[in-house]
Design a protein around this ligand. Sequence first.
Ligand code: SF4
Length: 431
Amino acid sequence: MELAEKLEILAGAARYDVSCSSSGSARSNRAGGLGNSVAGGICHSFAADGRCISLLKILMTNACEYDCAYCANRRSNDTPRASLTPRELVELTMGFYLRNYIEGLFLSSGVVGGPDASMERMITVVRSLRLDHGFNGYIHLKAIPGADRRLLAEAGLFADRMSINIELPSRQSLARLAPDKDPRAIFGPMRYLADESGNARELLANGQTAAGGLRQVAPATPAKAAKARFMPAGQSTQVMVGASPESDLDFIRLASRLYTGFALKRVYYSAYVPVNADLRLPSLGAASPLAREHRLYQADWLLRFYGFAADEILDEASPFLDLELDPKAAWALRHAQDFPVEVQRARLDALLRVPGIGPQSARRILQARRSATLREADLSKLGVVMKRARPFVRCPDSPRLPIPGLAQLRRLLADPVRGRQPDPRQMELFG
Ligand code: SF4
């Protein structure tokens, strides 16, 4: 098979794995090296549908011994297969980088010869890029569930970010839809990566930096220095929304545990799009739950930046997110008794719960009110979206209007999701 044909199959196959945001790792070029990686996202850009596209996102192979019900590459599918050798992948990456087509690599693979052999082939690629070619661009490496710790340890020294996709948020769904994957093979490596990453951060905080960069990752390198740059952009994962019966509450509880217990940088939510006719899954014609995906991202944002706990956002009585309201607005309507908040006196956590006030505007309010009494006009200047916030805040000049009813507030805060449908032919998920 020609290289171009392989590339078409393998890059096309990897295109819609969404766990690939490349921000979070900064590293400057050095003499003899090539490229930079810059925290804040210069290594990535996003397509119109919000998905990351600037990395060479590719599989080493789309052959796979596993038979995950939702995946186009499962072993039981009759689909064209292709594989790249480590050398071909290194040459492709370097060629694309030098032509300025890409700023980094996102590398994944089907499972061939077991998790360790698959992982070893990927490590051969990233090791060669870093050590033989001085490649200093961003690398996101998927970890194969069940791969040996020794391999994870080595991979983490070359990759900026690693991820192991959970895909299914419960043991039962995993057993039903991905019978070859054991939860221990997913969460064990995730635990190991979290611990190693934590150790590395501690070493960095103590001044144990790997001076000289990646070339220091040689056998002679002091173990502490090598560890100090272990997987600097942390780890992420992806879960699939709508292929299994779990509720939104299940998803955000899981995400909360991953952020607190495994120090994950990001959980990506991917709306399920049917690609296989399989009685265990929603039918091929089923609509992709993009609105749910969007709301889950918003709820995730509340967990990470607004101080919400999962069980504040949803509860057992109503375990699904409102598709007409963003989760923060929905929370505010359920807690009308907590409003309005006095802008001049409210604590940061109370301000953060007001619709229309974000983390940045909340902090600006705290700063500005030290030296002035804030009026409604000041809030707009501080970035507050007054159209949404007005019924929920009180300033000295706030008009004494009757408190709007819930139906009126619901209309005011309505935020229906208008999603774009991904191309189902491209929607594939990988180990
Ligand atoms: S999801 Fe990954 S492990 Fe499962 S069949 Fe697809 S490529 Fe193989």
